[in-house]
Design a protein. Structure first.
Length: 439
């Protein structure tokens, strides 16, 4: 075992010092945050050109209700539709032609354009016409049923009013204390943890397999085995690469926390400056939503999430890395390893889909059993933890995972010690099982 720390140190230092590791570790959170900020910034930029839309309404009921804004200018026209269509692309953006009563014929409106019209434009027109159709039908109903017009107008106002209903959720923790929670916040955190778990276990597990195959194909492993036990060689590579993953996660956590702190401080300072103006405009909803989001984030048990993420990452990585190392030792190149790796990848992919499905029902049978099965528990359990999982379920799941990991590591080591010295033949699953029985 004296050689094990040296192998771990070698695997760790050689990978951490690579320029690719440094660049990916620093640039990935920067690019990720840049994409989010850039998307928000780009979404706020509007086209400076006002697009002209000619409305030809033969019914005379609907076109007049379209309201122009900074993006689209609606112009009622009585010219022939063919004359208006000939100007599309040069003078006007599109032609909206209404040929029939939309209350009786919902397909009576057609939009002609040279380019594909934006979805927001079509949705706005449909929403406007839908409101007018409702008013028309209510007016007809009032006339048929002899209902007072004032009553109908009151009904229309109630129907048009936006009632923002928000149900607060209070969850009792294990000590019986009440905590205000948010299913949306828990879902976002669960998805983030699951995606990180999926990406890191697969990517670093594949790194282990690739390293084993490279050393085997270069015949380096033959020299190393002469002075190091195969088990120490395999575990040194697995543990060294796991430290690389944990280092990258730690750096990402520090960078994201720093960016989040700077961003929240900037937003809070901007919000405090504009508080009076926002209050005068009656637009305090954004500040209230921001405060609610901060309250929900503070209600999350971050210590539990971090501890569980660490345990499930270590257990899941060691298990899958041992399997990848086993399959990597049995073949001579990456192409031959696909037949062994594909079933493992499909199982892990199923775990990802099970985790996403469990967001809607974190205590359902699929979520429960998949959080107990060791091949799927690292992904599925991390979806459930932000929603609140009984401690005994977490302990049982972690226990099963680490016991299974120890067994898989022992079996993988038996295959590894035989496979790294086998060349020129791609073994079958039957032969791998035979290698496991060697003493």
């Amino acid at each position: 075992m004296k050689a094990l720390p040296l192998i771990i140190q070698r695997e760790y230092t050689t990978r951490v010092k690579k320029k690719s590791f440094i660049l990916s570790t620093i640039l990935t959170p920067v690019i990720f945050i840049g994409i989010i900020v850039g998307s928000i910034f780009m979404a706020g930029i509007k086209d400076s050109d006002v697009k002209r839309i000619v409305v030809i309404d033969t019914t005379g009921k609907y076109g007049q209700h379209l309201t122009s804004d900074d993006s689209y200018n609606y112009e009622l026209a009585h010219e022939q539709s063919e004359d208006a269509k000939s100007k599309i692309g040069d003078e006007i953006f599109g032609v909206l032609q209404i040929t029939d009563d939309l209350a009786k014929n919902p397909n009576g409106a057609t939009f002609f354009s040279e380019k594909q019209p934006p979805m927001e434009l079509i949705s706005a027109m449909q929403r406007t016409f839908g409101d007018e159709i409702k008013k028309e039908k209510l007016a007809v109903l009032a006339q048929e049923q002899n209902v007072d017009l004032a009553t109908i107008q009151s009904v229309q106002e109630i129907e048009a009013s936006s009632n923002k209903l928000q149900i607060s959720t209070i969850r009792f923790d294990q000590n019986g204390e009440e905590k205000e929670t948010s299913s949306m916040v828990a879902s976002v955190i669960g998805v983030a943890c699951t995606m990180l778990m999926y990406i890191f276990i697969i990517s670093y597990g594949a790194m282990v397999m690739q390293g084993v195959i490279e050393e085997k194909s270069n015949r380096i492993v033959e020299v190393m085995v002469s002075s190091v036990k195969p088990f120490d060689l395999m575990m040194g590579k697995i543990l060294g690469i796991s430290l690389v993953g944990l280092t990258q996660l730690a750096i990402w956590g520090v960078l994201i926390a720093g960016f989040s702190t700077i961003g929240s401080s900037f937003l809070m300072s901007s919000a405090s400056v504009d508080t009076v103006n926002m209050a005068q405009m009656g637009s305090m909803d954004n500040m209230n939503e921001m405060a609610d989001a901060m309250t929900m984030l503070s209600s999350i048990n971050w210590v539990e999430i971090l501890v569980m993420f660490f345990l499930f990452f270590i257990g899941g990585y060691l298990m899958y890395a041992a399997l990848f190392a086993m399959f990597g030792s049995a073949v001579d190149n990456v192409q031959d390893s696909q037949q062994f790796v594909m079933p493992i990848t499909l199982i892990f992919l199923f775990a990802l889909y099970a985790g996403m499905y469990s967001i809607n029902n974190p205590d359902g049978p699929l979520a429960f059993w998949c959080s107990m099965i060791p091949l799927t528990s690292p992904v599925v359990m991390m979806v459930r933890v932000p929603f609140g999982v009984p401690l005994w379920e977490e302990l049982v799941s972690v226990g099963i995972l680490f016991v299974s990991t120890i067994l898989i590591v022992m079996l993988s080591a038996k295959v590894y010690r035989v496979g790294i010295l086998m060349y020129g033949k791609k073994p079958s699953l039957k032969e791998l099982a035979k290698w496991m029985r060697y003493k």
